[in-house]
Design a protein around this ligand. Structure first.
Ligand code: NAD
Length: 260
């Protein structure tokens, strides 16, 4: 379905981004992986996807907290592959604290990686996508892009901002063959969430299993985690012809979190 298309997935060395990269590769897109981690592990992921799906997979370690690096990732991809069809803005970090104790440096880092990076990659990618008269921008927001929770001032602000950015880019590219949408996952069991499960377990003196159950019970009516593969499927749908007229919107994949 995506043969000949080129996709950048930011933050794809782990978790949701990796699930999305795997699904797009399964559909035959060439992939640019991005994110941090152990060089040998990243190379094993890169070559593994390439072998399994017979697509080209490259890795670019651009730091999404830096404007030049984000724009450079787009430029380097176009230079290397000659085109750019799909950008999935997924890289993200989390930090929790009451607002009056929230360190300004953490606020700045979360805004830079979870919001500004998407602005820079979109600004750099849209001219190329318009030239091709086809493009898909998918911003991985969160249920926290639609509703708030305590102790997540920066994350909730950034994710709400990302949905605002999605609407504006959807409007500005309407009719050009380019679409821009957000996906809003509920809890997904990744390293980002494991850290929060560990914190709950330590705080309440309970097992990780009980902490995970409590976490779901508090927010996610399905009482089941969303999987990275399911989110890969959502992104794939947004890249399909069925989604040609879906733009500027936010799709929840959250087990019912934001329905109440
Ligand atoms: P994760 O920690 O497993 O993965 C994050 C990825 O981002 C990693 O590849 C990491 O190396 C990369 N990254 C972090 N800082 C970076 C930087 N400065 N430059 C480049 N790459 C960087 O987290 P995840 O849970 O897979 O989260 C992925 C996205 O999904 C995030 O935007 C997150 O906010 C969002 N999300 C996650 C959940 C969840 O429950 N896990 C729910 C809703 C939304």
């Amino acid at each position: 379905m995506l043969k000949g298309k080129v996709a950048i997935v930011t933050g794809s060395t782990s978790g949701i981004g990796l699930g999305i990269a795997r699904e797009l590769a399964r559909l035959r897109a060439d992939i640019v992986l991005n994110g941090f981690g152990d060089a040998n592990e990243i190379e094993a992921i890169r070559s593994g996807i390439e072998r399994e799906h017979g697509v080209r997979v490259s890795y670019d370690g651009a730091d999404m907290s830096k404007e030049d690096a984000v724009r450079g990732l787009v430029t380097a991809t176009v230079a290397k592959f000659g085109r750019l069809d799909i950008v999935v803005n997924n890289a993200g970090i989390q930090f929790t604290a009451p607002v009056e104790e929230f360190p300004a440096a953490r606020w700045n880092a979360i805004l830079a990686i979870n919001l500004s990076a998407a602005f820079h990659s979109i600004a750099a990618a849209v001219p190329q996508m318009k030239k091709q008269r086809w493009g898909r921008i998918v911003n991985i927001a969160s249920a926290h892009g639609l509703v708030g929770s305590t102790h997540k001032a920066a994350y909730v602000a950034a994710k709400h901002g990302l949905i605002g950015l999605t609407k504006v880019v959807g409007l500005e590219t309407a009719g050009s063959g380019v679409t821009c949408n957000a996906v809003c996952p509920g809890w997904v069991r990744t390293p980002l969430v494991d850290k929060q499960i560990n914190d709950i377990a330590a705080e309440r003196g309970i097992s990780q299993q009980d902490a995970a159950r409590d976490m779901l019970a508090e927010k996610q009516p399905s009482l089941e985690f969303v999987s990275p593969a399911q989110l890969g499927g959502t992104v794939a749908f947004l890249c399909s012809g069925a989604a040609d007229q879906i733009t500027g919107t936010a799709i929840s994949v959250d087990g019912g979190w934001t329905a109440r």
